[in-house]
Design a protein. Structure first.
Length: 214
């Protein structure tokens, strides 16, 4: 007998999901501040707030017992949209070193393509890994500091700090991408096993050790 879904897992209107939507809505605001108003300082502070709030939705979901399936999809999607938009914008603006920007963009494209391929192949959903979240947070600290150091008032000390966070963020992000390879293989095998079980009469598929618990 299959385990019923936990109460609230299918909820859409939750406080954590609202926080995630607000963070997504701030992406065009960041672009407008940077390019429309040419206000790099305001854009940097907004980016700093968005980076600092990255953990808020997850914390609220656990604290308020409002973990939802939508939130598990929406949160990493918001991170990817925010990170990709910011990196491209700062690459155009010249506020971030090209090697850092391309290191982030290549990794994001590879992970996004892998996610789509696995989903199309019927793999089970893979939860976000801690290293990926930590890497994203580190990069979201580095970018506004780069903005304040490269063309801003803080000068070269800010650039040194930004490089430290950027290198740490890149390392954690690429490490997380590497860990997704064996996890993705297990998720694909489990997804196929679940489909075969349903096709042959509904045998129960047990989750493997490589997939993080929901």
């Amino acid at each position: 007998m299959s385990t019923p879904p936990a109460p609230g897992n299918n909820r859409v209107l939750t406080i954590p999901n609202l926080v995630t939507v607000v963070r997504l809505a701030c992406v065009p605001l960041f672009c407008w501040l940077l390019f429309g108003r040419d206000d790099r300082t305001a854009a940097a502070w907004l980016l700093a707030v968005l980076g600092a709030s990255d953990w808020v939705d997850g914390y609220l979901a656990r604290r308020l017992h409002q973990v939802s399936e939508l939130g598990k999809i929406l949160d990493p999607l918001a991170d990817r949209v925010l990170l990709g938009t910011v990196v491209i914008s700062l690459l155009i603006d010249g506020s971030v070193p090209a090697i850092v920007a391309w290191g982030v963009l290549v990794r994001e494209v590879l992970v996004s393509v892998a996610v789509l391929v696995l989903a199309a192949a019927g793999a089970k959903r893979i939860d976000v890994q801690w290293a990926g979240k930590a890497g994203t947070l580190s990069l979201m600290v580095a970018f506004p500091v780069f903005m304040m150091g490269t063309h801003g008032p803080w000068g070269w000390p800010a650039e040194v700090v930004a490089w430290g966070f950027a290198l740490g963020g890149l390392f954690l992000s690429w490490y997380a991408a590497a860990t997704y390879i064996p996890i993705g293989r297990r998720a694909l095998a489990e997804g196929r096993a679940a489909r075969e079980a349903r096709a042959t009469g509904g045998a129960i598929s047990r989750p493997g050790p490589g997939v993080s618990p929901s």
